[in-house]
Write a protein of this length. Structure first.
Length: 306
């Protein structure tokens, strides 16, 4: 059934999983892609005490040592038969010229020092790796916040996959909740999954998951809380697994020391997702955990994981 979301003309249809291209025993290559950086208050990423905590998160009277640089990431995953797929789209190339034009006043207000070179846009990074961006068949969206959707328009021929709950939230809540509808109001091929519907399975420590290609190489796991329909992605590499956590954990401090952000759509579900991620990290040998916006963790990543 085709559904039209409130407030946009774009339409979505339910995905039929698993997608074609799976192969028994397949492993993937992972390319972390840095699409730009910005500077925000530490209080935006980690809840601070006191009555001015929310104002501090917006940068109000934050001292110089209270600001941190953070990455705007996306990921390219090379599957041996399904082809190159993306996880999120990062910053559009126009952010290199004018961040406010793409991101809007609400999304840029808490931050400063946006830094992006046009060569950091995903199409340019893919070309540098010998991948034609026009041949990317699939983009998996962890969620639809503006810093993850800014570059969506650069992939008009791809299928975009996100949760049905996230699509509803993105169209009902708007920019004060982190969404910028112009990023995803396109006549693209949008497909949704429903972690509350048929076909979900548990995986490792995660209560609900989908095996994207039916071969265990790419698994979508439900991690709501940051947004109502947030999901993370587990990848099977040649010698270990990687968890692209998205914004289910902003930083490794969130994972290791429970330094949670000041704002989330559902704190109870956020904490449940955090517990599942923490158990996964504890129980999965050599698991590579990639948080959403941790510059220190990002700087430790390799250019490619086999």
């Amino acid at each position: 059934m085709v559904t039209r979301a409130m407030g946009v003309t774009a339409e979505v249809t339910p995905a039929e999983l698993p997608l074609p291209g799976g192969q028994d025993g397949a492993t993937v290559r992972l390319h972390p892609l840095l699409t730009g950086t910005a500077v925000g208050a530490d209080a935006f990423f980690h809840r601070h005490p006191g009555r001015l905590a929310r104002l501090r998160a917006m940068g109000f009277r934050v001292p110089d040592d209270g600001w941190v640089q953070f990455p705007m990431p996306a990921f390219c995953v090379e599957h041996p038969h399904a082809g190159p797929i993306l996880i999120d789209t990062g910053m559009h190339a126009s952010v290199a010229v004018n961040p406010r034009d793409s991101m809007g006043p609400v999304q840029t207000f808490p931050f400063k020092d946006f830094a992006m070179d046009s060569s950091q846009a995903i199409p340019a990074q893919l070309r540098a790796r010998g991948i034609d961006p026009g041949h990317v068949p699939l983009v998996v969206m962890t969620h639809l916040h503006a810093d993850h959707t800014s570059g969506m328009s650069q992939f008009p021929h791809a299928t975009f996959l996100f949760t049905a709950e996230e699509w509803r939230a993105a169209n009902r809540q708007g920019e004060l909740h982190g969404y910028r509808k112009r990023h995803f109001d396109h006549a693209f091929d949008y497909r949704t999954i429903n972690f509350d519907g048929a076909g979900t399975q548990s995986f490792a420590t995660f209560g609900r998951s989908f095996d994207l290609f039916g071969d265990g190489s790419v698994r979508l796991v439900s991690t709501p809380g940051h947004t109502r329909g947030h999901m993370s992605v587990v990848l099977r590499l040649s010698d270990r697994e990687a968890l692209v956590a998205g914004d289910a954990i902003y930083t490794m401090d969130t994972l290791l020391d429970t330094r949670i952000p000041p704002r989330m759509e559902d704190e109870h579900k956020f904490m449940r997702s955090l517990r599942e991620i923490r158990l996964y990290a504890d129980q999965t040998e050599r698991a590579l955990i990639i948080p959403g916006h941790d510059m220190d963790a990002w700087n430790l990543l390799l250019k490619v994981y086999e």
